[in-house]
Design a protein around this ligand. Structure first.
Ligand code: AMP
Ligand code: ZN
Length: 472
């Protein structure tokens, strides 16, 4: 397995220290103050794919995701003076919607860790940083990280520090307030005093009542829940300052390297620019489904571009995904039909180099998740099956071998949903009567029945081996 590592800026060999070791993956989860959009979902699909490819390759994997359920943006969505229960109720609602989106897109549920459930670990980590003298208190009740003391600051992800953070970066670090006690302008906050308008949304700590900074939550949660962090994932925007600060918090004072591999997912763009809620054009999952795209099409759309390339969101890309997926479905349904018909075939050799294709696909997945080249090979296989006619030699065991392999791949792809290929009895009856009309050359009747089958959401294709049907 080879993975591009943002630490080195190179593709490196992925290794675990011991053969039986569980691979620890951490992904920065959403801030739950509204729904996640299609861009966020790309990052989570890439996380899901990473986990599934590693499992496919035989690794044991533990996959942890935080949920930011305490944050200024969340507070500002609540009424002044809101109580803790009100915030919990509010964030729980958006967390559940997010989990539902993950389920819809067939992501395997991560071990989800809410920040508010991990406050002890957050405070413990701040104490450790202060003890090592990389953290200091200010008069307003905050605790800051002293970046000038940290000679390695920014080196982990090769960040060159300009003298001052830009307004955007400050906003990115969710730290826009002023504090006269800072040792350096760019020091970032570990612990903040209660918000003046939301005094009840605070926790006890040895620094007084307060709430955590943003970066500390991920460091604390990843450290607590993973025995070793092999891969840390997030969107490209998080590299600096969020991930840079996560590394600083964990490694300051010479502590062990935090995160062997750092993966950054490029953004989904809308007409070439950033998805922005302020323009009111944010694409959400349910809106896209309401436009007539199935969750599988959306999953495939998010999956089929390499994660280190930006992805455009537009109808054309969704339509292309839909068309490609329908070709894959046709192949899969044809393979199933071939298996039911194949008892009479007896040749032993596969008529094409299936093992080479399989090796090429497996290699692509191992090569920094090169999904584009994976799908090039996958399409060759799918095309072969679609074009298959009796003149070529396949027997039941070949077909089952290919079929089993496709199903094994689907542990990563999750596109061949069984109910697409399970044809209800009423539809089967329609298919049989249509075949009868066709055998009598009554094409008017057979076309009528085709329309009825289509109106139930099924596609019917007349192949040389018989009618192939699947749900669109
Ligand atoms: P947030 O809730 O803003 O912290 O975002 C959750 C995750 O989505 C983070 O890993 C972000 O980097 C990622 N993200 C945000 N916008 C996009 C986008 N347009 N494309 C891909 N990932 C994104
Ligand atoms: Zn994070």
């Amino acid at each position: 397995m080879r993975i591009y590592n943002s630490r080195s800026g190179k593709i490196e060999e992925f290794k675990v220290r011991k053969e039986e070791e569980e691979v620890g993956i951490y992904i920065c989860g959403p801030t739950v103050y509204n729904k996640v959009h299609i861009g966020n979902l790309r990052t989570f699909i890439v996380g899901d794919m990473t986990r599934k490819v590693l499992k496919y390759k035989g690794y044991k994997v533990k996959y942890v995701m935080n949920i930011t359920d305490i944050d200024d943006k969340i507070m500002k969505s609540l009424k002044e003076g809101a109580k803790m229960e009100e915030m919990k109720e509010y964030t729980e609602k958006y967390k559940n919607l997010f989990v539902k989106d993950m389920e819809t897109l067939k992501m395997e549920k991560p071990q989800i860790e809410k920040v508010t459930d991990n406050m002890d670990s957050v405070i413990e980590m701040i104490k450790k940083i202060v003890k090592k003298e990389y953290g200091y208190k200010t008069r307003d009740g905050s605790v800051y990280y002293d970046i000038t003391k940290d000679k390695n600051y920014g080196k982990g992800l090769k960040i060159k520090m300009n003298k001052m953070l830009t307004a955007d970066q400050r906003e990115g670090s969710r730290q826009i307030f002023k504090n006269d006690d800072l040792r350096s302008e760019n020091d970032f906050v570990l612990w903040k005093p209660p918000h003046i308008d939301y005094p009840l949304l605070a926790w006890d700590s040895i620094y007084g009542k307060g709430r955590p900074g943003w970066h500390i939550e991920c460091s604390a949660i990843a450290k607590k829940h993973l025995s070793h962090l092999h891969i840390h994932l997030g969107g490209e925007d998080l590299k600096f300052p969020h991930h840079t600060n996560e590394i600083a918090q964990c490694e300051c004072g010479g502590d062990d390297r935090f995160g062997d591999f750092w993966m950054h997912v490029k953004f989904v763009k809308l007409n070439g620019s950033k998805i922005s809620k302020s323009f009111g054009n944010t694409p959400y999952l349910d809106d896209i489904i309401n436009l007539g795209y199935s969750p599988e099409v959306i999953r495939y759309y998010l999956l089929n571009k390499n994660y280190r390339k930006p992805l455009d969101f537009d109808i054309q890309h969704l339509d292309n995904s839909k068309n490609t997926l329908n070709l894959y479905y046709l192949s899969y349904a044809k393979l199933q039909l071939l298996i039911t018909l194949s008892s009479s075939y007896s040749q032993l050799e596969l008529p094409f180099d299936f093992n080479k294709l399989k090796n090429d696909m497996d290699f692509s997945l191992s090569n920094d998740f090169d999904i584009e080249s994976f799908f090039t090979h996958f399409t060759k296989l799918s095309t072969f099956i679609r074009n298959y006619s009796y003149s070529e030699s396949l027997n039941t065991s070949h077909l089952n071998y290919i079929y089993d392999y496709l199903n094994h791949l689907d542990s990563i792809l999750n596109i061949f949903v069984p109910d697409k290929f399970t044809i209800p009895v009423e539809i089967q009856k329609l298919i049989s009567s249509r075949e009868l009309f066709r055998s009598q050359s009554d094409f008017v009747q057979s076309d009528n029945i085709r329309s009825i089958i289509n109106s139930h959401g099924y596609s019917i294709i007349d192949d040389i081996i018989g009618p192939i049907v699947f749900k669109l």
